[in-house]
Design a protein around this ligand. Structure first.
Ligand code: C5P
Length: 230
């Protein structure tokens, strides 16, 4: 039976092959039911693997962070919608988001805009030539996403409360960069604990390495469920 709180956790299948992903999914068993297929998994196993997850009754977040000319984005989003994926990320540029909304059509695919990667901090923004600070850029991207008809945003758990205030109660907030106290942050610069993320208004938490690199992924996953339902 799924553990209380598990419906808000999305496990990032950041592994090299579909075989490894299947082992991870089997080790999580019925505890987890929502998986993220990101760039690594998608380039390894593609849409067939997304179909496989859907055919097993899982919810699937296709995290491709699409960014291209409008027509290409529209047609790619239509393909993702066709397989019954649940969430898809696109970049927070206006033309990309408008094309994604057109491509999704009347499917149930939820579109999420990427605000600023949780592996970026202020110095990364300066290096990329942004003159504004991180909160200002996040705020701008959230407003643009809502204006474009996007369903929600991916943001740092540390920004979730401010994002919620701007995006409103109906927006879906998904927060990666989540770590239990004491777990390694890896390359993430803006991390929060699962409980902080929920308290800040996140609807879904993306959990990657803390679970996928654990010697006991199921125990680690259940520990996080307990942390957020406490
Ligand atoms: O291993 P970890 O928990 O850091 O994994 C986070 C996952 O969330 C990765 O798959 C990463 O690509 C994704 N992600 C992120 N920051 C964003 C959007 C997605 O870390 N802004």
């Amino acid at each position: 039976m799924p553990a209380p709180g598990s419906d808000r956790l999305i496990v990032a299948l950041d592994v090299e092959t579909a075989v490894e992903a299947r082992v991870l999914i089997a080790s999580l068993g019925d505890a987890a039911g929502f998986y993220k297929v990101g760039l690594e998994m998608f380039t390894a196993a593609g849409m067939d693997f997304v179909r496989e997850l859907k055919s097993q009754g899982h919810r699937v977040f296709v995290d491709l962070k699409l960014y291209d000319i409008g027509e290409t984005v529209k047609r790619a989003v239509a393909q993702v919608a066709k397989v019954g994926a649940d969430f898809l990320t696109v970049h927070g540029s206006r033309a990309v988001m408008a094309a994604a909304v057109a491509g999704r059509g009347d499917s149930s695919l939820k579109l999420l805009a990427v605000t600023v990667l949780t592996s970026f901090d202020e110095s990364d923004l300066r290096q990329m030539g942004y003159a504004c600070d991180l909160p200002t850029l996040v705020e701008l991207r959230v407003r643009n996403a809502m204006d474009a008809g996007i369903d929600g945003v991916v943001c740092s758990a540390l920004e979730a409360a401010r994002v919620r205030a701007i995006a409103g109660p109906r927006a879906t907030l998904v927060t990666p960069g989540v770590r239990s106290a004491g777990a390694s942050a890896g390359d993430q610069k803006r991390v929060a604990t699962p409980a902080e993320a929920i308290a800040n208004g996140a609807d879904y938490l993306v959990i990657g390495r803390q679970v996928t690199r654990s010697s006991d992924p199921r125990a680690e996953f259940l520990k996080i469920c307990e942390e957020i339902s406490r």
